[in-house]
Design a binder for this molecule. Structure first.
Ligand SMILES: [Cu+2]
Length: 130
């Protein structure tokens, strides 16, 4: 199968991101667990990170560092009081995202594994806070 570097396979409406890290040729899967129904204010932000070399066997990535950045594109502002996700169990990372007003928010998630940023270029998950 021919792959382009950092192909985002699913559209932005899906809460999963799949990309190939061109440096180590590992395919990464980031899956959003929560929030599914985001509210105005602090939301538990929980994701699972997997990796695969062959798309047959998958393993959880438990040595990542994550840095989230909420952004409201229609107004051009972010938010404060966010908590970067940290490992809580195998491959699971939990933090908090702060949506300070209703509307559409992007949450960028920069991920570092083994001192290497694996999210280049960056991507975001989309939330509609109510
Ligand atoms: Cu706003």
């Amino acid at each position: 199968m021919r792959r382009k570097p950092f192909d985002v396979v699913l559209g932005t409406g899906n809460q999963m991101r799949i990309w190939l890290n061109p440096v180590d040729t590992i395919l990464y899967y980031l899956t959003l667990i929560t929030p599914k129904d985001p509210v105005v204010g602090l939301n538990d932000f929980k994701v699972i990170l997997h990796q695969t070399y062959d798309q047959t066997s998958y393993s959880e990535v438990s040595n990542a560092q994550m840095f989230i950045r909420p952004w409201m594109p229609s107004h051009g502002h972010g938010s404060s009081s966010n908590v970067n996700p940290v490992l809580t169990s195998h491959g699971m990372y939990e933090g908090k995202s702060n949506f300070t007003m209703p509307g559409q928010w992007y949450v960028y998630d920069s991920i570092i594994v083994n001192n290497q940023t694996i999210t280049t270029p960056s991507f975001y998950l989309v939330f509609d806070a109510r």
